[in-house]
Design a protein around this ligand. Structure first.
Ligand SMILES: [Zn+2]
Length: 112
């Protein structure tokens, strides 16, 4: 498990560097596509490589999968927090449960 933290750092750095240093745009007559992957720019700084339409479609599908996975993770995390706050038994004190239970008792009163 100790090596996992270093692998996560390497994964984050590769993602960050890949997204910032290798972003480029491919221009076509009616549209343009911007993406990032390691490449060697030409003398003018533009990418001098091409991708097939299958490669562009694959990149688009992978982007869609990542976006949907992120949305699913957000929805599951939201559902988990709501369930933890409102439905779970009050057996353990956790930070999420404290949101619900801090000083919710009404003050004492007397009706005459
Ligand atoms: Zn490219």
């Amino acid at each position: 498990m100790a090596i996992a933290k270093y692998l996560l750092v390497v994964l984050f750095m590769s993602y960050y560097v890949g997204g910032t240093a290798f972003t480029h745009t491919h221009y076509f007559p009616t549209y343009s596509i911007t993406h990032s992957h390691p490449f060697l720019p030409g003398a003018d700084g533009l990418p001098h490589h091409t991708h097939s339409s299958t490669a562009f479609n694959t990149i688009q599908e992978l982007d869609d999968i990542m976006l949907e996975a992120a949305a699913l993770c957000f929805a599951l995390a939201t559902a988990w927090v709501l369930l933890a706050v409102f439905i779970q038994q009050h057996k353990y004190i956790t930070p999420v449960r404290l949101v619900r239970n801090i000083n919710l008792r009404a003050p004492p009163f007397c009706i005459k």
